[in-house]
Design a protein around this ligand. Structure first.
Ligand code: TEU
Length: 562
């Protein structure tokens, strides 16, 4: 089979092909922070089973489970030491089987988070590989001679100043894109690839419904590891030649044989690159997470966000599929970073949700956003768990920088912001665990928790329920063409766009601001019959023919000529 490498732009006026995973809403469960069933301070799969009705109650279709494989847990499960067993912290294989059955019994699907760019250094494969230069698995990892004990090049990793670690046993460096304890697999080795494909089929044959593929754009490495001009710009770790050959082989050997969904975590991709991963003609992945917002937009910038949405809609629509998210286990909570987690927290949480669920692509709900959970500021580095943050803190302080200044610099984007325990009620530890949690809870759990949200007439959870129910009722929310209304294209606060499918037209109006706004619809829109399908102020609509008077962070969904 010839490898298809050519790719075109998307087709903005097309109607996409239909698929169950395009119509779905995904809920991400960072299980270690979700619910602890046995009081050991860690969330676990038994705890998740106890809360499945809560997730199903939202109208969720797919659960994305962060890694549960055996692991020393230095990077919270992203350092796998056995792909075919379960980390005792999370539970047992029997409990995993029960979880899968309970998810399916509720009509939901389960996708597993799988890390195949690297393993833990405790993985038996790596222990063999590092045991000697002529070990049969030596080439399953990436080993290079240095230059007079210096690393082969000047690349830095995501978590350390160098991607190379010296191994005294065999006197070579091994390559790691993340922590020293996470050696990269050598995807050039066909035997390694086949072993990964066999393992994937092992899990798919158990009945899972797909994979979230971790750091999947990093699989290929360059022929020669030349020095980077700017080692801080680590994009060189991604999208190297040969990547798509591996993904097309993976699709042929694994995904093509099952009715499953695959979503790639693809950092540093543009829409043009992205289409290579998800073009339905190419047989690679079904959808992707790009990071032109979460990696490159430190705080809210509406004009930049609009531009990113335009780029990706024009780049993928009609040919490939994308996702919508503004937080996950690596990125701080959206209402804090991109909304207003103070006076307008509830309205802002609902506005952001309305935006993500009405823009093109599959929406991903990260645990806790459905009750408007916020980021956190712990008082010292010792309160933080995230290996990425702790490594960076040490690196910066070792340069002689003021520790408090470094701490304050790293706090806003620390991954721990979104990893604090799920806040179920106002009892100790937020009802997450009967024992001290593995990570400090956000102190605001007394005010922000599932129980209190549920008792509120302004419940964020109930708003998500209504938003997700609309998706099931109206195909336009999934397959409708996207178009912004001209007068507000360059507005820094108002986001006004339509979704159109056949005769069905929706108008979405968002006022992303702490101030009210008055919106004069264009003549052609002003007098049209309309139905207010959803409004996060639950107020009456304005008179047809008159202006729309929007409160701070007000979001509305209209069905025009409804
Ligand atoms: O993250 C990969 C990674 O750090 C980057 O792709 C980053 O996520 C992206 O640029 C968005 O910020 C994955 C996991 O999500 C993360 O939790 C792990 O620590 C990491 O891989 C290593 O497995």
């Amino acid at each position: 089979m010839t490898i298809k490498h050519e790719t075109q732009q998307g087709n903005p006026s097309a109607t996409p092909t239909k698929a169950w995973w395009k119509e779905a809403v995904v809920y991400q469960v960072y299980w270690r922070s979700f619910y602890d069933s046995d009081g050991d301070g860690f969330g676990d799969m038994e705890g998740l089973i106890e809360k499945l009705d809560y997730i199903q109650g939202l109208g969720i279709d797919i659960i994305w489970l962060n890694p549960v494989f055996e692991s020393p847990d230095l990077d919270n499960g992203y350092d796998i030491s056995d792909y075919e067993s379960v980390m005792p912290k999370a539970g047992t294989m029997e409990i995993w089987e029960k979880l899968l059955a309970e998810v399916h019994a509720r009509g939901m699907k389960l996708i597993m988070d799988l890390v195949v760019n690297h393993t833990s250094m405790a993985h038996p494969w790596f222990l063999e590989s590092r045991s000697s230069r002529d070990n049969p698995k030596r080439d399953w990892y990436i080993w290079r001679d240095g230059q007079d004990l210096h690393p082969p090049n000047n690349w830095r990793s995501y978590f350390t100043p160098s991607t190379w670690e010296w191994d005294v046993e065999t006197e070579q460096f091994y390559f790691h894109s993340f922590a020293t304890e996470q050696p990269d697999l050598n995807w050039e080795n066909p035997e390694l690839r086949q072993e990964i494909y066999r393992m994937m089929r092992f899990w798919l044959d158990k009945g899972i419904d797909g994979f979230r593929l971790d750091a999947i754009a990093l699989l290929a490495k360059p022929e020669s590891f030349e020095d980077a001009q700017n080692p801080e710009d680590i994009a060189y770790l991604t999208n190297n030649p040969g990547l798509h050959d591996y993904l097309q082989e993976m699709h042929r050997e694994v995904f093509s044989r099952y009715d499953v969904v695959t979503v790639g975590e693809t950092a540093f991709v543009s829409p043009e690159d992205g289409l290579k991963f998800v073009d339905e003609e190419r047989g690679e992945l079904n959808m992707l997470f790009h990071f032109e917002v979460c990696d490159e937009m430190p705080t809210w910038d509406m004009l930049r966000f609009k531009q990113v949405q335009r780029r990706w809609y024009d780049g993928l629509w009609g040919r490939g599929w994308g996702s919508q998210f503004l937080n996950n286990h690596d990125h701080t909570r959206q209402v804090t970073r991109y909304g207003n987690d103070g006076a307008f927290r509830v309205q802002s949480a609902k506005l952001l949700a309305t935006m993500l669920h009405t823009l093109p692509g599959t929406p991903y709900v990260y645990q806790g956003e459905e009750i408007g959970m916020t980021g956190v500021r712990f008082p010292s580095i010792n309160h933080y768990n995230d290996i990425a943050m702790r490594n960076r803190y040490e690196e910066e302080v070792s340069k002689g920088r003021d520790p408090q200044e470094v701490l304050e610099e790293l706090q806003p984007l620390s991954r721990d912001n979104s990893r604090t325990p799920m806040q179920w009620n106002d009892s100790e530890h937020g009802g997450f665990s009967s024992g001290p949690p593995w990570i400090y809870p956000n102190p605001n759990y007394k005010d922000i928790n599932v129980e209190k949200d549920g008792a509120s007439p302004d419940s964020v959870y109930r708003y998500y329920q209504r938003l997700i129910a609309l998706r099931k009722q109206y195909e336009v929310m999934v397959y409708g063409n996207f178009e912004e209304l001209e007068p507000w294209r360059e507005d820094e606060h108002l986001y006004v766009y339509t979704r159109t499918l056949g005769e069905e037209t929706w108008l979405i109006v968002l006022n992303h601001a702490d101030q009210p706004a008055i919106l004069e619809l264009p003549e052609s829109w002003r007098n049209q019959e309309r139905v207010l399908l959803l409004d996060n102020y639950a107020g009456a609509d304005d008179e047809i023919g008159g202006p729309l008077q929007l409160g701070p962070h007000e979001a509305r969904i209209y069905r025009m000529n409804g």
